[in-house]
Design a protein. Structure first.
Lengths: 351, 351, 351
């Protein structure tokens, strides 16, 4: 396996193997050790679970850890557009930052959220793809503009832990939030549940569709894996018979980069907050959320503190899923001959 | 031992054991190793000694380290009040943050200073107690709104190192400072010296009493351990026969959250700065301070650079005291059966 | 070896040994392990390569790592001037910060850039020298106001890797940049190349001389090691026969602390940007830069992405050179008896 950008890039059987390994690790199996190898983790955005679980996974795997953060006295601002005259804020280009880190560590994990300013740039997943293109080593996505595959892997693990049937009904619901948020989690969630072969419903108010390319990918995954995909704003039909209610807020593609328009559009939508009444319309569904979650904004206290919530197990599974993933990445490096250049490149001048 | 919130929660004999172990470690004893265990350290406020010594202690004990900081691209802002509608700044609630970290590590250390805005909130020690209540694992206090017990443990260790008699006279003196500072250090200092059975004097100008609940706890500790507690603004009598002069600035409870009132109240108090003249009135006293200390504001250069100061040994003892403390915490985990849930919780719906 | 402040403080034969060791490490030699020892790294300024390579080197050497950063919820602001009344921004003095860290770790590495406000202060290298004077342990310079010796060591290693002859022509060229930058890299570069016995040319526009004390040190090193030193603004003669073009921007000593004057002075100098035309005037020269580098500002994309550039190997060699250096530092600690005080200092009062 060469890096990890998006869960859907893996064959379903390979996802199943990682999930099974994650559950073994959770049950107490010892991870393999890769002494002398190194993992780099670089954060361009805040994190609690991801930072903590990647640090801990490095310890469990016995690898050296290089931990970096953008901002303050951390790493320099990184430019990722090609051909730019860099006389503005960014001091370094990903064309240097990525291969340099690729010389210092063996696997590089990156968090780089959508900026929600330029839709084009976010759809290109520019910073993450810059690192993937130039690092020269496997790059693991710790949440990019488009995908959060480690979350998706942990979520699948959590549903297996709770013995949620493969064909059960999975509802991803939009929720109100004071800020427009990126699409990485809902994108990865809808594709993950589709790849798991579930009956997936995206419940959202008008104006909050996910990008058509994501819905197309989810549909294809559903079809290939025996599931279905539906998009609706009818809460009652969506919740009926649901086994999972997965809440998340996300920005409107139609208002991308326009906070005032976004605020106006969602002004009447504050009742999109998951309450016990929602849960009671389901078939004994469990409540999931990637965290962090704003209480009494996205979901009521009564749900998070009630019997439905499995968010803490879901978060714990980040550790086990990522340990399984990194174990697989480092093991795959061992099977290859080392190809990194050890000798200088001869000078061949242009004619 | 289940976590470490306040030195006074330990029996005096248990404090003595930790101090003795700290002195053994200082003298070169090898700490026990706890490979496969993990320590998390999370800072909501700046730190030099605490960060450095906890990191080093983790290395000495052989445990995996998870290090987190609030702000910038670190962890999300954490809400700790129950029942809040979280539509303002904080993105995550301690009811999620704490148990999630409790799944990733075995012992969690937290620094969360008083905000000095709401006295009620600071007296409740709201953020620290949120972590203690919800983490599900032992929580170590790296300085909260109310207490700095690791400092107190190091201070006791330092007095034993310098063979300061148990019944010697210990003077905690207020000092001028440009900003109103939290009470955690003076609270812990006065209680620690009282528990050590010393003749404790709190020397402060009018308006700078510690909270009555703290003075009551210190009095009770003094009584139980054979010491005395006095509060005065008479510098001459306070310093006479003193063996320790411990300086610290703190905010006025009467001006809590009102910086202008505080500034006005302390306007005439700049001469509350420990000078050689102060030290010469003592009985060959040593000078202590928790650091960082503002030179020529809280204490004169001549004292810090003179024969009285033991602040560097005092700071070094943070490492040894905390290594002893963490060794005890991890050892106590080993003696218990692992009780963390490994299997999902069955769904029991409300009637 | 006691710390590492400036490459020129080492005998040339000692530099050669470190470079040879760095190349062995690059080729796969195993570094020595120093379990139970500890390295502290403290950053007052941003960093990518330095942070990552020092963290990784600590892993390779098996030492405990203590990593600290100024700002945010990192370490307190550090004062380094003696005798100051500390009632302004800085909460801690280097007279405490340095010896305290010296009790927690065995080798301490510091990054403290020039502030480019006071030339006197920058020429004294005040913060770095404060740590060196007060830490009580070896201090490694990770870039100070005056020197970046780890970069210089990596650069020498890189030229040996590329088999650049000792007497080859080395051109350090100034480049335009939107901001006035410190002199540490050009200072270390010109002295390193001079100590390597090269024919060194500093190519810069009028107004951009390095400090006379640096040029004097470089001249002396050139003379002692069989090389030459020239300063010119004639690009054509400078580039002719060059084997290395090393680009770097730096501030004008005449405008130090005056950003408007600096901006005005360099207004017409934007064409000081290394292009393929520059490289074609050389004798098949390689292009070097310490990174981060602003593309199409300091150097054109065509050079960085073309056959001339060896900047990624140069950056990789930071890791190997610093691992060799730290290995030497820790090994030298082992040969000494431990002299750190384990017992309290007796109180000797002034008469």
């Amino acid at each position: 396996m060469k890096g990890f950008y998006n869960l859907g890039e893996l064959a379903t059987a390979d996802v199943e193997k990682l999930v099974a390994r994650a559950l073994h690790l959770r049950a107490g199996a010892a991870p393999r050790r890769f002494e002398g190898k190194a993992l780099g983790i670089l954060f361009f955005n805040p994190s609690l679970r991801t930072q903590a679980s990647f640090q801990r996974a490095a310890g469990k795997l016995g690898v050296d850890l290089v931990q970096l953060q953008a901002g303050g006295n951390g790493v320099w601002g990184i430019e990722c557009e090609d051909g730019v005259t860099m006389d503005a804020g960014n001091a370094e280009h990903v064309r240097e930052a990525a291969p340099v880190l690729g010389r210092f560590v063996d696997v590089l994990a990156i968090r780089a959220f959508a900026g929600i300013q330029s839709l084009d740039r976010d759809l290109r997943d520019a910073l993450m793809n810059g690192f993937r293109k130039h690092a020269g080593i496997p790059v693991v996505n710790m949440e990019s503009a488009l995908w959060h595959p480690c979350q998706a892997l942990a979520d699948w693990t959590t549903m297996d832990l709770y013995e949620i049937p493969r064909r059960a009904k999975f509802v991803l619901t939009w929720a109100w939030h004071p800020k427009p948020l990126p699409h990485a989690v809902p994108n990865s969630t809808v594709c993950m549940a589709s790849q798991r072969g579930m009956d997936v419903v995206v419940l959202r108010p008008k104006g909050y569709d996910l990008h058509e390319s994501i819905l197309a990918e989810a549909s294809a995954l559903a079809k290939a894996n025996g599931g279905t995909l539906t998009v609706t704003d009818d809460r009652e039909s969506a919740l009926k018979d649901a086994s999972i209610v997965y809440a998340k807020s996300w920005a409107s593609l139609g208002c991308w980069g326009n906070t005032e328009a976004e605020t106006a559009q969602r002004a009447g939508l504050r009742e999109w907050c998951v309450s016990p009444e929602w849960m009671k319309r389901t078939d004994r569904a469990r409540f999931m959320h990637c965290l962090p979650v704003r209480r009494n904004v996205v979901v009521r206290d009564e749900v998070l503190d009630g019997p439905w919530s499995i968010v803490i197990d879901q978060a714990e599974n980040r550790l086990h899923a990522q340990t399984a993933l990194l174990e697989s990445q480092f093991a795959s490096l061992e099977r290859k001959s080392q190809i990194r250049a050890k000798s200088p490149v001869p000078l061949e001048l242009p004619q």
